[in-house]
Every structure is written in C-alpha cells, then in structure tokens.
Design a protein. Structure first.
Length: 256
C-alpha cells in the first residue's frame, strides 16, 4: 500500500526554491536526466514548472496567484518520495488530494470484487458510477463509489489493462487496483490529512474500511479527517455574520 497521488500547498517556501529542492530529492534517488521546464498554468496559478527525468514527468510545482503559497502535485510512483519530502521538510503543508492504493493480481479478480463493492455501496447508500469499456472490456473497466466532488471516493479498476494501453506490455492484464481518493474540503482536514498514512486514508470512512477489508483482508484504524463537521446551523450562522458583519462590528464597538 502506498500513495499514488499527492497534491499539497505550503506557505513556507518560494516556488523556485521548491523546484530546486525537489530536483535534489529525485537526484538523490538516482533518477537520470533530471530537468525542469515550464508547464501549463492551471488553478489560477501564475507560474508552473514540471520536473522530469529521462522516463517522463515526476511532479509539478505551481506558485503565484490562487491565494499564495507553493503547490506541489505528484502522481504515480513519484507521489511516494514527494509526500515523504513534504512531510519531513514542510510538515505544516495542506493536502488538497491524496490517493492511497492497493494492488492485487489474479485471473478474474475484477469480476469477483466488482459485485462485492456494489454491495458495500448499497449497504452504505453510496453513489455508484461505472466508467471505461464495459461492453468489450478491451480498454479496461473502472468502478467508482462516491460522487465526483465527494471528500472521499473509491476507485476500483483494471490497472494492468490501463498500463497496456500506456505501452507497458510487461504489465499483467489481471492486475487490479483499489484506491481511496481523499480530497479534504476544510482547512483543518487538509492539515490533518498531511499526517495520515495510506492505510489511514481507508480508515477515514466506514465504507472505505469495509472495501479494503473485503478486497485485501486488511483492517484500517478509524481516523477522523475533520475535527468538526459543519451543521446547517453552523453554515447559517457563518452566512449571517458575513452578511451583517458591518452592523455587528458597529454594535460591538458602540457597546464598548
């Protein structure tokens, strides 16, 4: 089990300096041909740089705009060293997305666990979505539990077939991957996520825990991602304070 995606933001280092430090990190891991080059700017950032090696892209660093801070995004195997580096060097970072994955390889694995995961979705009343090639199965199938914009989502897919399509002929078509996709949507949860292990990602929800136990026979400790879940009353009170901020401040000042 490992991280397969890690995106986080820190206010503790400038973007160009982060690029240099990450190049050093990958250089120490014996990646050949480490280089940095400009990348497409997204998410309202003013600058973006991709760090690559001879095999392809390793991560992206973005900075300027979007409320400030330096953002780092890594997926695939490079998510592991990037997450470890950020946690060691910039522990106060905020996670916006992290995926934890478990791989298994066996003939018929997807067809065996697909209905079991649907059963978990029904038990917990979780939204289900099917993506990919369900007609012929030539391009791989993907099952999602949880909505596209949910804080927690599960992805189960035929990873080996995907790798074949990406020109990795050595990959087994029987390779399947179960992934917990965590996108914290509150600031305290983003800081909490920066300390969570891949196993704890599956422990952040009862239905994610059930899926992991069913698929891999692994138990996950229960983890609270949020320290406080906003109620409808909380949201109404916040709206009132924003809407009537000036009169409230004037009244407070007049009252001494």
């Amino acid at each position: 089990m490992r991280f397969d995606w890690y995106t986080a933001t820190t206010d503790d280092i400038r973007g160009p300096d982060m690029v240099g430090e990450l190049m050093d990190v990958f250089g120490q891991l014996d990646h050949a041909g480490i280089a940095a080059e400009g990348h497409r700017k997204v998410y309202r950032y003013d600058n973006a740089t991709a760090i690559k090696d001879a095999a392809g892209q390793l991560c992206i660093v973005r900075w300027g705009g979007n409320g400030g801070g330096t953002n780092v995004e890594a997926n695939g195997p490079s998510a592991v060293p990037v997450a470890a580096f950020l946690r060691a060097s910039y522990p106060n970072h905020r996670v916006t997305r992290m995926d934890a994955c478990v791989d298994r390889e066996s003939p018929g694995l997807f067809d065996l666990y697909h209905p079991q995961l649907l059963g978990i979705a029904d038990d917990h009343r979780i939204v289900v979505d099917h993506q990919g090639d369900w007609h012929r199965g030539e391009r791989g199938r993907t099952l999602y539990l949880g909505g596209r914009d949910s804080e927690k989502r599960l992805r189960f897919y035929e990873k080996g077939i995907q790798l074949h399509g990406e020109r990795h002929p050595q990959a087994s078509p029987d390779l399947c991957r179960l992934e917990a996709v965590i996108r914290p949507d509150q600031r305290d949860a983003k800081h909490r996520a920066a300390t969570m292990t891949p196993l704890e990602c599956f422990g952040s929800s009862a239905w994610l825990t059930d899926a992991l136990e069913r698929y891999a026979g692994i138990g996950a400790p229960e983890v609270q991602l949020r320290t406080h879940r906003k109620t409808q009353l909380d949201r109404a009170f916040e709206f009132m304070c924003k809407q009537y901020r000036r009169p409230l401040e004037a009244k407070l000042a007049a009252s001494g």
